[in-house]
Ligand binder design. Structure first.
Ligand code: ZN
Length: 320
């Protein structure tokens, strides 16, 4: 039972003289802790500490130090420290900020193992929030897969639609299996395809903008119904109350749909809408320049909602 090297000691508050048990991490760091806090946080520890506790007089293989039993655990000190901090009341220790994605994985795995449900939820909440998901969707997906968290996988997969269908290498890619990656790619592709039904016919637009004065700018008219001077499409693919759409608007729709196949998300629409607004501003049409920015943002929101509705019907084929 003797450790090959001298143990080191965890920092406050895990060095308390009145602690009643010692947890020893896999890298030989001793955490002097109060059983009560762990018992309250986890049924696993409750059961463990409820067992008849050995005393130093009994002949067991339990190691003692300063009269306290030492419980070896398989986590290293880097994973154990935040886990215990989550268990302790906030008056003794604040919840740790887990910034490194690797640490998150270790803490989640340990939290699962020790049935620390509340901690699992807290860690998830800190990781799977829009701000982090927007910037790290693939890494979050990998972590959710690794921790076998179904809901978080689905959530992260949705955010990965902001990335190209074939993503760049990302740091946690080796944490996911090839079948998990395949599920993600298939989901992404299906989302891109599902949206194309909006491209094939524009009745969804006619339903929202039933006549020309609902969106005169879309058909190169001003509010009194006179031609505003902006070029109209020559393809006549989109008609609104008998008028052909403005050319810049058709270019916007075509380029947005092309890009949506690769990145089927609201962000793609927003970017193309911004570009269209710039185009209109540069043309300097007296009617469109001041009207189109607001009108296009409203249209982009409407368009995005339709896209979201279709994406919501696509399932990620991944079950744990
Ligand atoms: Zn115009």
């Amino acid at each position: 039972m003797s450790a090959s090297s001298e143990p080191s000691y965890a920092a406050s508050p895990f060095d308390h003289v009145k602690a009643d048990v010692i947890l020893r991490s896999s890298d030989d760091v001793e955490f002097r802790i109060f059983k009560l806090f762990l018992t309250l946080a986890s049924p696993f520890f409750e059961t463990l500490f409820d067992l008849p506790q050995p005393s130093e007089e009994m002949i067991t293989d339990v190691e003692f130090k300063d009269g306290l039993p030492i419980v070896p655990v398989s986590e290293d000190s880097k994973a154990l420290d935040p886990l215990l901090r989550f268990c302790y009341p906030c008056t003794l220790s604040e919840d740790p900020a887990i910034e490194d994605f690797r640490d998150v994985i270790n803490v989640l795995e340990a939290a699962k193992k020790y049935s620390l449900d509340a901690i699992e939820r807290t860690v998830c909440k800190s990781l799977f929030n829009p701000k982090i998901l927007e910037a790290n969707s693939l890494r979050c997906f990998a972590i959710a897969c690794r921790a076998r968290m179904q809901d978080e996988c689905v959530l992260a997969a949705k955010y990965t639609l902001r990335e190209p269908l074939v993503p760049m290498w990302f740091e946690e890619i080796e944490l996911i299996t090839s079948s998990e990656l395949l599920s993600l790619l298939a989901y992404h592709k299906k989302c891109g395809e599902a949206i194309q039904e909006l491209k094939d016919e524009y009745s969804w637009i006619a339903a929202e903008y039933p006549n020309w004065n609902a969106a005169p700018w879309m058909v190169a008219l001003n509010s009194s119904g006179s031609y505003c001077g902006c070029a109209r499409s020559t393809s006549q693919r989109v008609m609104l109350s008998g008028f052909t759409s403005a050319q810049w608007w058709e270019v916007f729709m075509d380029s947005a749909f092309l890009d949506l196949r690769d990145k089927p998300c609201a962000e793609t629409i927003r970017q193309h809408a911004e570009k269209a607004i710039q185009t209109v501003r540069q043309r300097g049409c007296g009617y469109c320049s001041p009207v189109v920015p607001g009108a296009m943002l409203a249209f982009a929101t409407f368009f995005s909602n339709k896209v979201e509705e279709l994406i919501a019907t696509v399932e990620l084929d991944l079950k744990f």
